[in-house]
Design a protein around this ligand. Structure first.
Ligand code: FAD
Length: 404
């Protein structure tokens, strides 16, 4: 009962508002937006947006008229505190908004590099549209970039920068790229592909300092003593979930805002979704915090259903994608904890999938340029089915037969 106030107008926040109206929710909905744009899609920021010349409007989920027609109040500003006893949200503008239900969809922010010179204008991050715009604008005047961090965003940017004609070095502390997220087979494939494109990848090293002259970056020094010249540094060393608003209101937080399987915090009038939420997952037997569009939008739909009378635990099936140069990686399921990897297809032909098993249990599938395998994986998981490692490895085994 009462207004739904949503903090954060990213993928999760936008979707809760849209899904609430779709489900017939008739009361006030406010979407607190601390970015100077209509709600927009984040994935293209490190991919197509940097490559192309389309304007910011190409990223928007919906035009302004949608919010007017749907009576979704977009309020510019930042939420600064929650008065739980009075059920009011305070904004930086000093405006207070009473809520019936409060949704925290605050996402995550860049983890900052703790090095001298890391705050110079030529050291860039990539999380929000303004940062992507800034990078796109300066790339033509740059010739050599060092990318710190070989996660998804670092590699997507590196591939794009190379296509744009920059000389590119990538630094990664781990012994392989995307080490926390994908199998060694997939890391090796991408290392080879990026190197073929002319990107230098340095593994097992760290940036120890950024050198500059007259406020302009001149290079990066590495932990192994080497020095790489550069006129641009792009940092992709992960994110920190935005949990402070919840923590300061006395809500339990850990590596995210702690919510139960219904995405409710310890306060039944406050929920948290998306990148900021550490949610209880009966399916995966523990708490998870995921950073993906699927997670944020499926959380949002689950919460909107609960707020309109259809209360079910969240049980989404994780999936993800990353476009790097000409290669498309798609992941179905959560592959952490695998002890066996079976390949289907051929890395040499630039099309294969890594089926990840724990014992005989299929945990997930990482597909490279094999969209069919990816869709198969998602459908299989939705049906709570599996195929054996032998079937996965056998290209003559018809995947469709497992879905019949
Ligand atoms: P966000 O979309 O981050 O939105 C949170 C919003 O809340 C932000 O606008 C933030 O400024 C705002 N906010 C925070 N605190 C406050 C406050 N106190 N008051 C008001 N507003 C506040 N995922 C994929 O699945 N595939 C991809 O290919 C992919 N590519 C990506 C590429 C890039 C460059 C980035 C940055 C992310 C990518 N992701 C991708 C991840 C995906 O975008 C995120 O998981 C998703 O945006 C999470 O949605 P969210 O609503 O939880 O948070």
């Amino acid at each position: 009962e009462g207004p739904v106030i949503i903090v954060g107008a990213g993928h999760g926040g936008y979707q809760v508002a849209a899904s609430l109206r779709q489900a017939g929710f008739a009361e006030r909905i406010c979407l607190i937006n601390d970015e100077a744009h209509l709600p927009y899609q984040r994935p293209p920021l490190s991919k197509a947006y940097i490559k192309g010349s389309a304007g910011p409007e190409s990223l928007m989920f919906r035009p302004e008229k949608f919010y007017q027609d749907q009576k979704i109040e977009l309020i510019s500003g930042r939420a600064v505190s929650i008065d739980r006893a009075a059920r009011k949200l305070l904004l930086a503008s000093s405006e207070t908004l009473p809520y019936g239900h409060l949704v925290l969809a605050t996402g995550a922010r860049n983890r900052l590099l703790d090095l001298p010179n890391a705050n110079l204008p030529d050291v860039k991050y990539l999380r929000i549209l303004d940062e992507s715009e800034a990078l796109r604008a300066i790339i033509p005047s740059k010739s050599r970039v060092v990318v710190i961090g070989a996660g998804f965003i670092g590699l997507e940017f590196a591939a794009t920068a190379r296509i744009k004609g920059l000389d590119v070095d990538v630094l990664e502390l781990a012994p392989r790229v995307m080490a926390r997220a994908v199998t060694a087979e997939v890391s090796e494939y991408f290392q080879a592909r990026h190197r073929e494109a002319g990107i230098r990848i340095h593994l097992g090293v760290q940036a120890t300092s950024i050198e500059a002259e007259n406020g302009k970056v001149t290079g990066v020094s590495l932990s192994d003593g080497r020095h790489l010249p550069a006129d641009l540094v792009v940092v992709g060393v992960g994110v920190l979930p935005n949990i402070e608003l919840a923590a300061e209101a006395g809500l339990p937080v850990a590596a995210g805002i702690i919510v139960d399987e219904y995405l409710s915090t310890a306060d039944p009038d406050i929920s948290a979704i998306g990148d900021c939420a550490l949610f209880a997952s009966p399916r995966f037997g523990g708490s998870l915090r995921l950073e993906s569009v699927q997670n944020a939008t499926d959380h949002a739909r689950c919460l909107a259903a609960r707020l309109t009378g259809d209360k079910k635990p969240y049980d989404g099936h994780p999936w993800f994608w990353s476009d790097q140069g000409d290669d498309k990686l798609q992941i179905a399921g959560l592959t952490t904890g695998y002890d066996r990897v079976v390949l289907r297809g051929d890395p040499a032909k630039k099309a294969f999938s890594a089926f990840c098993y724990h014992g005989d249990r299929l945990l997930g599938i990482e597909s490279i340029n094999r969209a069919g395998d990816h869709m198969f994986g998602r459908r299989l998981q939705a049906m709570d089915r599996s195929i054996t490692p032998e079937q996965a490895a056998d290209e003559s085994f018809d995947l469709k037969s497992a879905l019949a």
